[in-house]
Design a protein around this ligand. Sequence first.
Ligand code: GAP
Length: 461
Amino acid sequence: MHEQNNLMEKIVSLCKRRGFVYPSSEIYGGFAATYDFGPLGFLLKKNIEKAWRKWNVEMRDDVVEIEGAIFMHPKVWEASGHIGGFADTLVEDLVNHKRFRADHLIEEAGIMENAGGLSLEQTDELMAKHEIKSPDGNPLSKAKKFNQLVKTHLGPIEDDSTVAYLKGESCQNIYVDWKNVLETTRRKLPFGIAQIGKAFRNEITVKNFLFRTREFEQMDVQYFCRPEDSPKCYQEWKQNRWDFYTQLMKFDVSHIRWRQHAQDEKAFYATDAWDVEFKFAELGFREIEGVHDRGSYDLDQHSKFSGQDLRYFDVEKNEKFNPYVVECSGGFGRLFLATLFEFYREEGEGDEKRVYLSLPASLAPYKVAVFPLLKNKPELVGKAREIYNILRKDFSVAWDDRGNVGKRYYSQDEIGTPFCITVDFETIEGDGTVTVRNRDTKEQPRVKIEDLVEYITKQLQ
Ligand code: GAP
């Protein structure tokens, strides 16, 4: 599937058709690149978050998780450097006044692969040399900087005293809360603080579905360590991220790769930065997570701006210092999308054609679906309902009695349900077995009702 040219289109359509993701405010014509997770998307989202949490928090002794507020003191964003330095370079179409990211136009023109680090002068020079026009064919303005923080006002007056910002990067709660977490959990270095939290960016151009949106979620681990341990921790976390994608998410190793940021491309807070890139079929390799060496930048800045001593006291060495931070920051929307790209399958032709999501069982919205062979036979429906109610105690189970069994298989395949159980006449008149149809192999062994929980538990492992 990864060589397909129109996989994005198929995935967007599947998401809409089956209730994974809807355009937000659709009855009003939608609202630029904002999306709602529908019932199945919500279940998949929770399962991805659960997998991430298991790997990064629950299976580790050295990471705790928090959930911070979206509104933070405006000084946070001054200290973090976002008010001064969190800007993209834009150019404006001189005829219709649409604005575009200059680095994206340069990359799309095939001039260079990553143009994010260019200065305004370099951008103007390249745009002139290659005679780059706006996507609508019109001349473009000179490049200028555009701050991405989303600004609002809180309180009864709208003036400079009530300006607030939505979180430009989710991790700032972690730095600001670091001393509280340290003291209340009585941790010793090294240790990490994790968070899945919202971030908001006034992106100039939003495209590719969930890939670039103005409201999104970030899944962060900020790992605090002694300065001299930072290179070692950085390597360990890089390995951890690779293992997360290949072992837990089960992404094919040929679909992910590392890319180091060039010197002039790194964010203002990073001394080293590597992206995990995922191969989004026709879009090619794109960033899904950033692993950054942030040094003591953030704690230094927050100490300076808040006037608070945020230093760690190492009792054994009788030393006080601001720890270094290794940051792993993944985008949830991108991981969700990558999961759909990775596990989308098509096979067969014509009437035999089927689409299925070969999701790892832990991620599938429903683990099992239960059907009565015929809807108008109360004895089949009753038995199926009985089985459904038993299984519901252990698994997330779907019920379906619409259409024929073939259609129900098709429908469950499309949403990635690993097993479909059908109650037929042999169940009630014969040996008390049901068919358990496997999504990927399409095999349908018969299993005794009393063995079902054990059978499915084993298969799901
Ligand atoms: N705290 C570090 C930080 O924010 P980043 O590289 O700007 O670093 C981390 O963002 C991750 O957040 C990215 O790898 C990406 O997955 C996701 N992300 C960033 N901007 C996004 C956007 N506009 N829409 C969706 N995801 C985004």
